[in-house]
Design a protein around this ligand. Structure first.
Ligand code: ATP
Ligand code: MG
Length: 503
């Protein structure tokens, strides 16, 4: 596809084509193929080699420069860019001339003039220039004569081809032993490499294969972390290794069902306008909102990125919006992923000095949510409705607002079981029903705390922890729901009708 598009661009007689890329080799490969197929000549100039003739106009490949007997195909004088431009303007017909890393010279008036002369004569000479640099902005004098071409990033199929190629190479070098691959891990790897350039994708594939001759699930995490480093060196986003499976989250039955239904549509997201965009988890303290946010990434098997607004405000005074845009872009590159903003009301209110910045940050976030096509799923959590920005709550912004109320009896039983099992206790040794009944009004965090305290109490007595220890702990605790009965009732009243119950 790239070849087709670039060939079209060249044959439409644009005098100068600019390719901004880090992948010069791939761009050169494309140009070689195009020149070969359309039977035009191909030249390349670099500051180190001067001008080299790579292909004759009749499709006869020449030796690459560097060999001593090159004769007329390179000449030392052409190391000087002015001499080179004069020469190609005078002598070259029916060709594409590639100028590699030419951007530093574009500031010199004489060079610009020569470029312009070449461009103006290009249709008579049937020749065009291709400028390849990692970044290049044409000066106003020649901007009108330039067309931009972008190398596409490899899609999933192209990455699968890369992977097969690398696996074959590995086999050749390792006594014909094949790369061991787990089909699911391979697909996950492929999905995680979409969005990277060919050369980065190839590098990651090599890393994954070369350590143990296999592609397994353990390679995926490494790829995600490495990929993330490539993308957000500034660190407004942090890559959270610590996702949890939903089996570690008690309750949240409605949320779990909601997520299950949307897992495939999210992972296979194309340009479907109904791709899930995000949710808000609103609710009582210690209710497991942050835990559930991690659980979303775990349930969908995608990376979890946490966006730290504090860093956004503190590190880059005056550059907040630019930085949030860049962070959101980085999240898009890591898609599919979950973007988690914990305690969003604080994040947005808490910018220290002026509220204008906070509003604009929110505005940037909301615009991005409306326009972003990549599968990046926003999970925001909040405790306090009074400081929640109304813009965020407007219908259609988020897919759903889940209200995380205190756990009911059955959910409390589940949460206790999770925390006892996590600490290697046999849950059959406990009367969970009785404990669940005795812990009315306890949040998940308080239930966990009771388990921890009961263990210490038991250890102090030289016993294994049992139902009695837990009951004693529960009795001693005044849960927040008692201490903060009034604000909780307010929160509940507000949530009724506006939100969906998470449990
Ligand atoms: N539903 C639950 N299932 C299992 N564990 C839970 C649950 N709710 C809370 N916990 C335990 O309590 C800890 C604290 O909960 P978490 O931080 O997720 O609550 P939160 O709603 O984010 O609270 P806050 O509003 O204070 O941020 C969790 O890490 C977990 O160990
Ligand atoms: Mg929290």
């Amino acid at each position: 596809m790239d070849q087709h598009n670039l060939a079209l661009l060249l044959s439409s007689h644009f005098p100068i084509v600019i390719i901004e890329t880090q992948e010069e080799r791939r761009a050169m490969q494309l140009l070689r193929r195009i020149a070969g197929e359309t039977r035009i000549g191909l030249w390349q100039w670099t500051a180190a080699q001067g001008l080299q003739h790579l292909l004759h106009a009749v499709d006869r490949p020449l030796e690459l420069a560097g060999a001593d007997d090159e004769g007329p195909t390179t000449d030392r004088d052409s190391l000087n860019p002015e001499v080179m431009l004069e020469r190609i303007g005078r002598d070259i017909r029916d060709s594409v001339v590639v100028l590699s890393d030419f951007h530093p010279y574009l500031e010199q008036p004489r060079i610009l003039r020569l470029l312009k002369e070449f461009a103006l004569a290009s249709s008579q000479n049937n020749s065009s220039l291709v400028l390849i640099s990692h970044a290049l902005k044409p000066p106003a004098e020649i901007a009108r004569l330039c067309a931009h071409f972008e190398l596409s990033l490899p899609d999933a199929d192209a990455i699968r081809r890369l992977l097969r190629e690398e696996a074959r190479l590995w086999k050749l070098r390792n006594g014909n032993q094949s790369v061991k691959a787990d089909g699911k891990a391979v697909e996950l790897l492929v999905r995680n490499l979409v969005g990277l350039t060919h050369s980065d994708a190839r590098r990651f594939i090599r890393n994954a294969i070369y350590d143990d001759g296999a592609i397994t699930h353990s390679d995926i995490g490494a790829v995600q972390a490495a990929k993330y480093k490539l993308i957000d060196p500034e660190g407004i986003l942090s890559f959270e290794y610590d996702t949890v499976g939903l089996d570690q989250v008690g309750g949240f039955a409605a949320l779990k069902r909601w997520l299950e239904l949307r897992k495939l549509p999210f992972l296979q997201a194309g340009s479907d306008p109904d791709t899930p965009k995000g949710i808000l988890l609103l609710g009582v303290q210690g209710g497991g909102k942050s835990l559930a946010a991690r659980g979303v990434a775990g349930a969908w098997g995608v990376p979890l990125l946490r966006m730290d607004f504090g860093a956004l405000y503190n590190k880059y005074i005056g550059e907040t919006e630019k930085n949030i845009r860049e962070a959101l872009k980085a999240a898009e590159v890591l898609a599919p992923c979950v973007l988690w903003i914990d305690e969003i009301e604080k994040a947005i209110a808490d910018n220290g000095s002026d509220s204008g910045t906070a509003r604009r940050v929110l505005g940037t976030l909301l615009t991005w949510m409306a326009e972003n096509k990549a599968p990046v799923f926003l999970v925001a959590t909040a405790n306090d409705i009074s400081s929640l920005p109304p813009e965020l709550m407007r219908k259609g912004r988020l897919d759903e607002i889940f209200f995380v109320d205190l756990p009911d009896t059955a959910t409390r039983q589940e949460i206790l079981a999770i925390h006892l099992a996590r600490r290697d206790h046999d849950i059959d040794d406990f009367d969970l029903q009785q404990l669940a009944r005795a812990s009315d009004g306890f949040s998940g965090a308080e239930l966990e705390q009771a388990v921890v305290s009961a263990r210490y109490a038991a250890i102090a007595e030289g016993q294994a922890p049992g139902t009695g220890h837990l009951l004693a702990e529960l009795k001693r605790t005044h849960p927040l729901s008692v201490v903060m009965a009034e604000p909780m009732a307010e929160l509940r009243a507000w949530a009724a009708g506006r939100t969906v119950a998470a449990h």
